[in-house]
Design a protein around this ligand. Sequence first.
Ligand code: GLC
Length: 799
Amino acid sequence: MILNTQLEYKGDLFPATIKAYKKDVDVLHFSTTNNVILQLTVLRDSVLRFRYTTVGKFENDFSYAIDENASRGYNHLEISDDDEKYIVTTSKLICFIYKSDLRKSIFDAIDKSLICEDEKGFHWEESYELGGDIVKMSKAAQNGESYFGLGDKPNHLNLKGKRFENWATDSYAYGKDTDPIYKAIPFYTALHDNKSYGIFFDNTFKTYFDFCHERRNVTSFWAQGGEMNYYFIYGPKMLDVVSNYTDLTGTPELPPLWALGYHQCKWSYYPESNVKEVTSKFRELNIPCDAIYLDIDYMEGFRCFTWNKDYFPDPKRMVKELADDGFKTVVIIDPGIKIDMDYDIFREGLEKDYFCKRADGPYMKGKVWPGECYFPDFTRPEVRKWWAGLFKELIEDIGVKGVWNDMNEPAVMDVPGKTFPNDVRHDYDGNPCSHRKAHNIYGMQMARATYHGLKKFNYPKRPFVITRSAYSGTQRYTSTWMGDNLASWEHLQIANIQAQRLAMSGFSFAGSDIGGFAEQPNGELFARWIQLGVFHPFCRTHSSGDHGDQEPWAFDDDITNIVRKFIEIRYQLLPYLYTAFHQYSQDNVPMLKSLVLFDQDDSQTHYRIDEFICGNQLLICPVNEPNAKGRRMYIPKGEWFNFWTNELVSGGKETWVDADLDSMPIFVKAGAIIPKYPIQQYVGEKTIDELTLDVYYKHGKEDSELYEDANDGFDYKKGRYSLRKFNLTGNDNKLVIRIHKRGKFFTSYNTFKLNLIGLPFKVKSIKIDNEYIDLKDVKFNGENSLVVSKEVTNIQIKG
Ligand code: GLC
């Protein structure tokens, strides 16, 4: 018998009338007669945080996602009210909070248009089983609204009409539409009437998002526990929404440049002779490669931080020899620690009480590669410190350059749910909780501890970490990949969508297992996948290894040549990619831009999935089908040069583009200045003594950038970088390039070689910093190139 009559109603509960309002600088409190409080924080003119409690008191305010250093501050804040509502006004937004039911409507402060409004708004259900609330929010979907983001979902880029769950899950050989998979990134952007906003639901419990799936006109999100706590981020440019979200959840640091090179991986290269065979073959065939990976078999019985001495008798020597040949060694480290009293790390973890426990005290025991394991509670600061310290030998002594964190959802084998049971306890940085709350951030906290270990022991070099699982904010510590995909044409398309989606979810440094992890690609699929992969920020071939080889030479000579050609293009584009990374790490600009991010005003872009912009000026479109001689694609508005033929095309339309197997559709934005290195077999192989700038003519203006520094280390943070801004202006018979330089870094080269592409006139004169130069020095008609000092500030080319 239920005695408490309030509990008899098992259904949605709603806030009642507002009875009190209080303002504390930028934090506003609205309390209702039934104990609900809405706390509204004005973080910026365009960023509002909404937090609700149903019990008249808030929990400790703690988040793993939010970066303490995120900028905060607004230009304008005004609060007023009338009979019906409170009105909060900033310079960008107006927010109404209705007195009768706490619902909200948000408007653009400038043109007063409606951006986002609550449907039912905040409501909740009491969780009879576990206590607390199932917290819910529903919004009225606007006419023609589209939705993007949400991390690694292997689904159509536009999320409209679908429902998703966020619960990090080991998903071997997942398929299109499998949900959830490895990551939980509860952030989406919405777009209607050419205006975009984003919602970041910072709740680490299992969360759900429904984009007009259950009800055509309603978008909702809810969580199995915790608080309704979300950030509303206004654009109106989607790019600004994404960069504000990235700033809020943490800007990544620059990786070492080699991490943008090509990486080769397999489960597993062993023994040492096999590793050497692979690395030597790269050099022999002149296929650039910077990193070689050791998967679980390098360890002694899969015990983390050990080596199998039969396979790798002298790891330090091997790592050094690989380094001498330009290879950085990256090793895998999983969270499961083998239960073995003869294993020092296990003993230490046990003695210091660092392993996760079940609700009633026993250890959380689970089977992973080494057999039965215990698992460190990475949500405890002292455990993270211990874990970071464990990398001393690997990094400082042996010379390993990168660490690969896997199985950190956390994955457990042979159990329902493939993870810890819900009752497992976690410290959650002094906010003790069950696994329901800590599950989605477990992998993130492991990667964080690993990152700190590398940062410490690799200093003064930069750390490189890669993780499989992630929550919002993980981009601060590590790169990522999409987990165990499959060698299929469908998965090639999925990889493209996931990389774009992660980039618009604040996590640009991502890539897929090129060629597919499970099963075996044929040469054609592998070549098409490499073509896409070289334009992803993280570029690694990986495979499960039990279906054949997946090195660039594993198919036939034609394929090897195509693979080499595209990896070489990536190495030439390294300064371009590095500049894009700088823009990401400096201004939170995503390194890949889906067409909707690039031009949201063009409604043609809202449902495009294959085409994307790499950096700011390269338009890429992979070929996703076998036997293709090309494909149809959408060229966004503006003028573009075909990368291969230099032919000029006007965008705003779909068109057929030729692309035999040794080619793919690549276009360069008119006016772009693309910096290029010579081909190297690995980063730093050559001293760069001249930098090539491919200058694409434009009738009009276009800005480009070139960021350079020592390619490693942290001196760039003290101003030792060089940032050049190029302003290009062209008309019928003139092309002018103005160059401004900032920063104290001196590049190794002294000259730029400019390749002038697409000039519509015959050159009659060239003036450099106000001096005419002899046209004999310029090789026109043929190469159309011009060598200038890197210090020039003004180049005028006249016809
Ligand atoms: C997991 C990883 C995969 C790795 C394998 C063995 O399946 O996702 O990348 O190779 O474990 O460590």
